[in-house]
Design a protein around this ligand. Structure first.
Ligand SMILES: Cc1ncc(COP(=O)(O)O)c(C=O)c1O
Length: 357
């Protein structure tokens, strides 16, 4: 049988995953057979997990963070909903969020028996706190905002969302799964220092350049983690707050290694390059007459005719669309000026061909 190989990243323009940093790859391989789900037995990876949580705390303005390296943003978001449900005492708990939240919230709501109330966003694709306020009531256990939305890379008004949480006595969650590794270098107010946030999702395996699986779940208070913990009688460790049981030490070790290597200077350079790239691409699409959503973070959305989109896909470009139908290009660390120039050359070629027919 022919040996299978992974995809090459040159044509991948829609993914929020990327090529791991060499230090992350090396650490992942070394720690492949470790299980941070049982930290008393697998002690060295448990130590790396503690280092990772501390480094993530630094990244998000939290001096004494509680949390762990999750399987990804989905698990971290589920855990945020679960912690809020378990800490609250609502008979029929609900979560209020903007309609731009990641689909993992739908999974969380279904799994946990919590009602998900989604508020419309404003014209700039950001959460509208007044619309969220209209949906909140005494059974609201969590209000959530997104710092770097999946579709448009938008940053919700986190301080206003946190104020709403305080007003209705609900926990406050920020999903910075994708944005967390670029936002420290911007002026946005999105982290634990900027607002009374209780929990956050921030994923090393996206812009952090760790190997998959390395998501991040962080909490301000120990009580939040306690609300998730179950006893684990037959392990060396007495309890477990994670959703998964046995889990990958590869992701944990890779996150520790790459954070050590890149935080903060390397990530700043990465942000500057990617943001510049997104601006360049947005300008290039605009100059060709397409309607472009301006890139607040390194993600560009633009309205392309359906036939052109499909033809680009057929040429091998891995691209996706927003729910509203725009082309969506995520400027991840593997994306370069050369690859985007190749994409634009194909786009021009296909347009030229369609004009001739
Ligand atoms: C904002 C946001 N949250 C959560 C997730 C889910 O992360 P994962 O796919 O690692 O579970 C994503 C994935 O793209 C995301 O963009």
């Amino acid at each position: 049988m022919q040996r299978a190989e992974p995809q090459e990243f040159r044509t991948v323009l829609s993914s929020m995953c990327t090529e791991p940093h060499p230090a992350a790859r090396e650490a992942a391989e070394r720690f492949l057979a470790t299980n941070p789900g049982d930290p008393a037995t697998y002690r060295s990876v448990a130590e790396l997990e503690a280092q990772t949580v501390a480094a993530l705390g630094d990244l998000v303005g939290l001096a004494d963070p509680r949390g762990y390296v999750a399987s990804g943003g989905t698990e971290a978001n589920i855990q945020a909903v679960r912690a809020a449900r378990n800490r609250g005492d609502a008979a029929a708990p609900n979560v209020v969020a903007p309609e731009s939240v990641h689909f993992s919230f739908h999974k969380a709501a279904e799994l946990l028996g919590v009602e998900l109330r989604l508020a419309p966003v404003d014209d700039e694709h950001r959460a509208d706190p007044a619309a969220m306020r209209n949906l909140a009531d005494e059974d609201t256990v969590l209000v959530a905002g997104v710092a770097g939305t999946t579709e448009y890379g938008r940053v919700d008004p986190i301080p206003e969302i946190a104020a709403l949480g305080a007003e209705v006595d609900a926990l406050v969650h920020v999903d910075a799964a994708w944005g967390g590794f670029v936002l420290p270098f911007t002026d946005h107010e999105w982290n634990f220092e900027h607002a009374a946030i209780d929990t956050m999702t921030v994923d090393p395996h996206k812009l952090g350049r760790a190997a998959i699986p390395a998501g991040g779940f962080l909490a301000r208070e120990r009580a939040t983690l306690d609300a998730l913990a179950v006893e684990t009688p037959y392990l060396e460790s007495p309890e477990q707050a994670t959703l998964t049981g046995t889990r990958s030490g590869a992701g944990v070790a890779s996150a520790a290694a790459v954070l050590d290597e890149l935080w903060p200077g390397g990530y700043r350079e990465q942000y500057e390059r990617l943001q510049e790239l997104a601006g360049w691409l947005a300008a290039a699409l605009d100059a060709r007459g397409f309607e472009v959503v301006s890139p607040e973070l390194p993600l560009v959305a633009a309205r392309l005719p359906e036939s052109l989109f499909e033809a680009l896909r057929e040429r091998g470009w891995r691209i996706s669309r927003t729910a509203a139908g725009e082309l969506r290009i995520v400027c991840m660390p593997h994306v370069t000026r050369e690859s985007l120039a190749g994409f634009l050359a194909d786009l021009d070629d296909l347009r030229g061909a369609s004009e001739q027919t």
